[in-house]
Design a binder for this molecule. Sequence first.
Ligand SMILES: [Ca+2]
Length: 483
Amino acid sequence: MPRCPPNESDRYDLGVNKSQRETRSVRWVPAAAVSLATLLLLAACSNSSGDRAASPSTEPAAEGAVATPDVLSAVPVKLEQVATLDRPVAFAARPGSDDVFIAEQAGRVRRITGPSTPIQTTTTEPPAEETPGGSTNTTAQATAPRATPASVTQDEDEPRNQNAPSNSIVRTGRYSLLNSPLLDISGEVRDEGERGLLGMAFSPDGRKLYLHYSDNEGDTVVARWDMTSSSVDTSSRETIFTATQPFANHNGGQLAFGPDGYLYLGLGDGGGAGDPEGNGQNPDTPLGKVLRIDPDGATGELPYAIPADNPFATGGGVPETWVWGLRNPWRFSFDAETGDLWLPDVGEKSREEITVLARAEGLGRGANLGWPLYEGTEPFKEEGETKADLVAPLYEYPHTDGSCAVVGGYVYRGSAIPDLVGTYLFGDWCTPEVQGLRVADGAVSAVGGLGIDVKSLSSFGEDDNNELWLLSQEGGVYRLLPA
Ligand SMILES: [Ca+2]
């Protein structure tokens, strides 16, 4: 989903010769938002004046400082498969609930009820055979064997623990996939390649559900629905945002509420290969950006407000822009403890990058991450005037091991795996091992595999307890657990 494996159309001809690229001089700066991490990175890729070296190293800036992956592979973790879905690609937790919600690319939102939700299961067997003593006590039921993905589909769609028929039981203590989708908009979603239902988020109060998808024309739509206690009011649908997509690929997809309560959405450069329209460096298009809107406000005809501190709120570019110079921000997240924005960008042909924009220093307001002038810190495309003040990634990695597209995850802030707290988890669409990354004193101190694999990793998820989930586009829905 983040990007198809490399193909002919992705092999972009840079269009400039090597000597042209080497004579460019770009100043990499820490965003107002980027802290010591980037300052240290500058030391690795800049000359003493602070200007980018004319002939930058082709080595990833962070790799030289990275060692000791053993500390990550030693963290005792495992995956537990909770369900099998049809191409799950996005995850959302509803604040205040341990239910989790998963988007299937075709346009369906599936609900997995959490351990605290009593589930009524209708059965043809007498209750006594299911539950010795005929008890419907939820404590007793909590010890029932964990359901397999196949058996959980027996559950009814609306859990109840009142007025239950005599031939039903009530269980808690486990996750249960409900049969029917919470919402099915497959009729208005173009499900093809990198298109489809791509992102999902609940409002911080849990009352609204936001979806980010490709409509039948292939264009981007963000729409929202009101939630009832456990279902969607389908009559409440409201389109929030649209963007015309010139190509089928690089649609971005992420939706996430920031620590400021605003809604952030990622849009790719519009697609093709090598950003043929120059959208990444064009402030007058929403493509190639992370946008930031206030969905509780309104601006004239718009069903949202532009936060006053957006960098182009009063001119200079698309006012929804928060961060620009992006190729395909498929997945980004906010650290649940610090509020920092972890923003990976999927690379074109050789490098994947992860940038951290610290909340304490402005959350990356107006940061230009460089695409398509640079892929990671490697010069990619000469375009117009030399740009100054580009923000370098905290970490980048090459495609040399078969990697092709970074899938951003979360900084682990759960309680089940103490040794993992503070570690950022991420992966790659083309290589299965889940990666961990740690930062110490502002620099990457360790990065490496965690010893668990998810093929065709499409997304991570963070539930309401800050525990992490992983999705495989091949169908698997997994919880990350201590081993
Ligand atoms: Ca970049």
